[in-house]
Design a protein around this ligand. Structure first.
Ligand code: FES
Ligand code: FES
Length: 246
């Protein structure tokens, strides 16, 4: 199973219903989604907000977050990192997958205030230290005239791409691309889990524990089963991951 460390019972959803059921806070400035509604997010902590420092893609980012905001909303709305996508907002599709201290999580379920001090890696950080700086606007193209899209951003040249991003392009492992940032982060996490010897539901029980697990197609399918693709690019995604682990 794709196994983010959080579970629905730990969730504080950004769903406005939650806030209004508690104290009507959904209509209050600084409530979840406030940034996208053009409301002001308080710049200093108060009863409903705290200052946190998240190390996002290698850079410390200190900001004030609403206690009810989930990591996905903070990344997208306060930090402008729109690679991670909101699909179901219920921990069921994997579109929001990012890495927290190297482990994959459903960021739509994770309270941002609880991530103080953690390392967060989003799809924008997979390409390397200079990944963000490599992003170019829609007017520009790579030197060979080709536009390559992995995470909704166009990147000049492919020198900084993560091997999985390169493999997804080579294997045509996406169509609309909505699920792709989550698939990429999940695949990075799954490969690390296998290398660390974590078994999956389909791992042969005779496999020695604690040893790196070989990843065949069945293992890849199982370990990425928490990431849905409505375009049905699954077969190509498996081949792309196989390319990287060979
Ligand atoms: S948006 Fe988080 S799992 Fe679907
Ligand atoms: S590529 Fe469209 S949902 Fe996966």
């Amino acid at each position: 199973m794709g196994s983010p460390r959080n579970s629905p019972k730990n969730s504080l959803s950004g769903n406005p219903t939650y806030g209004s059921a508690v104290d009507g806070a959904a209509s209050r400035p600084g409530s979840p989604g406030a940034a996208t509604r053009g409301e002001r997010i308080p710049s200093s902590p108060d009863r409903h907000h705290s200052e946190v420092t998240l190390r996002v893609n290698g850079r410390p980012r200190t900001l004030v977050v609403d206690h009810r905001s989930v990591l996905l909303d903070v990344l997208r709305e306060q930090l402008g990192l729109t690679g991670a996508k909101k699909g179901c907002d219920h921990g069921q599709c994997g579109a929001c997958t990012v890495l927290v201290d190297g482990r994959r999580v459903n960021s739509c379920l994770l309270p941002a205030v609880a991530q103080d001090g953690y390392d967060i890696t989003t799809v924008e950080g997979l390409a390397g230290d200079d990944g963000e700086e490599r992003a170019v606007d829609g007017e520009e193209r790579a030197a060979d005239g080709e536009v390559r899209t992995v995470d909704g951003q166009e990147r000049a040249a492919d020198g900084g791409l993560h091997p999985l991003q390169r493999a997804f392009i080579d294997r045509d492992a996406f169509q609309c691309g909505y699920c792709t940032p989550g698939q990429l982060c999940s695949a990075v996490g799954a490969i690390a889990e296998a290398e660390a010897g974590h078994p999956s539901h389909v791992t042969d029980p005779a496999t020695p524990s604690g040893q790196p697990m070989p990843l065949g197609p069945d293992e890849i399918r199982e370990r990425l089963s928490g990431n849905l693709c409505r375009c049905g690019a699954y077969a190509h995604i498996v081949r792309a991951v196989e390319d990287v682990i060979r």
